[in-house]
Write a protein that binds this ligand. Structure first.
Ligand code: CFN
Ligand code: HCA
Length: 529
């Protein structure tokens, strides 16, 4: 009986039928490895997913340091989000920095009954008096949508009253099925009201945007360090350690690099459509991933000097980390991992684990869409037709020899007909037969799969971390990096390898007894007796 069947067998028939579609025993199923994703969680199941507000305010907007972000809703929505995501930002001369703050309208029952617009206006006035920001964002949480406060009208009022930029985001938590809807809402407003407003001069023809990089634990800084060393100009990072001015100028870059496709593909595509700036998928997680990515970017610009400089930097960076990486690999080779996080990281971190000889036995996303699991159709490299106005963009994975391309529509259609087609992305293509791909893995399933598969490490979030650790399995958080990082790029790979090695080799695990070894699960008592 496969692990999937063992877990599913414990469900009633309705839940069984639903969850079966979200579980793939790779290479051993009748469904050609297809998976159901981006659909509603069954009410009552303890999902690890977050909400639309988390995806909009927490993920995409949160790292913008000089926008004062007011959460319009009950205080709990803000408190939980306060400082937990570790998107780092540096103080910049002349740029406000509100990252350490948490602004909320603290909605109470009377506001729900009589409407909360008045209180929102008061909060804006208070924020203006105390901080004098040049930009305010308003983000709604669930009750606001239910009672119908018009936050967009309030934003207009604030713009007229104070001469600032004020953008409202109707990102009530209940919208959509996960954080994913919130990413989309944030992307749309940023495109509509921010990108394109800047006229900052771009000095370098190798100018790029770094999209889908939120600088968790300093990842964006390490990525930018490498890019700048080679000679690129990073115009805007979305949105790690970013300012409004950076984002306003994003349209001036020559290429957009997309690290996390899930949360930002909308902006990448909209910038391309509106300004003709092409984009390519990249991955700065893992040493091989980073090298493949750097080579691909250099090739895109088709400049001999840049290609040469890229190879020099790669050789130098490798020289600095290879002894450490070899040592950690000798300690980790042959270990197994399970990874369950929100989106793209469950895929990207498999590259870094492979660098260290660690195989992933189970992986999944809280809110990935089917293209993250199954990959997307793309065309192989064709020399770009730079003069063509009628462009079509195609993206690729860093480790393949396929390139972003843009070419006339008719040309594209012809290639499609000839079936010169390939795939990019897709968790499934990087996981061998006999491993497991699980969508929206819930609390119960986490415990069950860990019991059956016994991985050496479970990469998770805060909610599921301690479930694993209490049963004697190391867990590292792949969202927040447990106060560590950066994990991206060359130096980040060493940090990651060190943290995982320390975690696995600590003697602590031999002192932990899994509860199911001593107490029958359903008859365990609370309070210790
Ligand atoms: S930083 Fe990103 S990499 S943005 Fe996304 S899909 Fe979340 S907050 Mo948590 S760690 Fe996670 Fe990804 Fe992109 Fe982070 S895997 S769940 S919404 N995510
Ligand atoms: C979110 C943010 C989160 C939560 C992490 C976790 C993050 O989706 O609300 O559950 O540990 O990375 O901070 O994904």
């Amino acid at each position: 009986m496969s692990a999937v069947d063992k877990v599913l067998d414990q469900y009633n028939s309705r839940v069984y039928k639903n969850r079966k579609e979200h579980m793939v025993d790779i290479g051993n199923n009748e469904n050609d490895n297809q998976i159901a994703a981006n659909v509603r969680t069954i009410p009552g199941i303890i999902t690890q997913r977050g909400c639309c507000y988390a995806g909009c305010k927490g993920v995409v907007l949160g790292p913008i340091k000089d926008a004062l972000q007011i959460v319009h809703g009950p205080i709990g929505c803000s408190f939980y989000a306060w400082g937990t995501r570790r998107h780092k930002g540096k103080k910049e001369e002349g740029v406000d920095n509100y990252l350490q703050y948490c602004f909320s309208t603290d909605m109470q029952e009377p506001d729900i009954v009589f409407g909360g617009e008045k209180k929102l206006k008061q909060s804006i006035t208070e924020a203006m008096d105390l901080f004098h920001p040049s930009t305010i964002f308003i983000c709604s949480t669930c009750p606001v949508g239910l009672i119908g406060d018009d936050i967009h009208a309030v934003a207009k009022w604030a713009e007229n009253e104070y001469g600032i930029k004020c953008i409202a985001y109707s990102c009530e938590g209940y919208k959509g099925v996960s954080q994913s809807a919130g990413h989309h809402i944030a992307n749309n407003q940023i495109m509509r009201y921010v990108i394109g407003e800047g006229d900052r001069e771009v000095k370098n023809k190798f100018s790029v945007n770094l999209l889908g990089e939120y600088n968790i634990g300093g990842d964006g800084w390490e990525t930018e360090r490498i890019l700048k060393r080679i000679g690129y100009e990073v115009v805007a990072t979305f949105t790690g350690d970013s300012s409004m001015e950076d984002l306003k100028n994003a349209h001036r870059a020559n290429l957009s690099l997309v690290q996390c496709h899930r949360s930002i593909n909308y902006i990448a595509e909209m910038i391309e459509e509106k300004y003709g700036t092409p984009w390519m998928k990249v991955n700065f997680i893992g040493v091989k991933g980073t090298i493949g990515t750097l080579r691909k970017i250099a090739k895109f610009f088709q400049d001999e000097e840049l290609i040469k400089r890229t190879e020099e930097v790669i050789a130098d960076e490798l020289g600095l980390i290879q002894d450490d990486m070899a040592y950690y690999k000798s300690k980790l080779k042959g270990k197994t991992a399970a990874i369950y996080v929100g989106g793209s990281r469950a895929h990207h971190y498999q590259f870094l684990l492979h660098d260290l000889g660690v195989n992933t036995v189970l992986a999944g996303y809280e809110f990935g869409h089917r293209d993250e699991y199954e990959g997307r159709e793309v065309l192989p490299f064709v020399k770009p037709d730079a003069d063509s106005k009628n462009i079509e963009s195609i993206t690729v994975e860093p480790d393949t020899e396929k390139y972003h391309l843009y070419l006339p529509k008719e040309e594209l259609e012809k290639l499609k007909e000839e079936k010169v087609i390939d795939y990019y992305g897709g968790l499934v293509k990087d996981m061998p037969d006999g491993t497991f791909m699980i969508d929206d893995l819930n609390h119960f399933e986490t415990e069950e799969f860990l019991k059956i598969l016994k991985p050496d490490i479970f990469f998770s979030g805060i909610k599921d971390k301690f479930v694993a650790q209490k049963s004697g399995i190391l867990s590292r958080q792949l969202h927040s990096y447990d106060y560590s990082g950066p994990y991206a790029g060359f130096r980040g790979a060493v940090n990651f390898a060190r943290d995982v090695t320390m975690g696995i080799y600590t003697p602590a695990w031999s002192f932990v007894k899994a509860p199911w070894k001593t107490v029958p699960i359903l008859t365990g008592t609370f309070g210790g007796e």
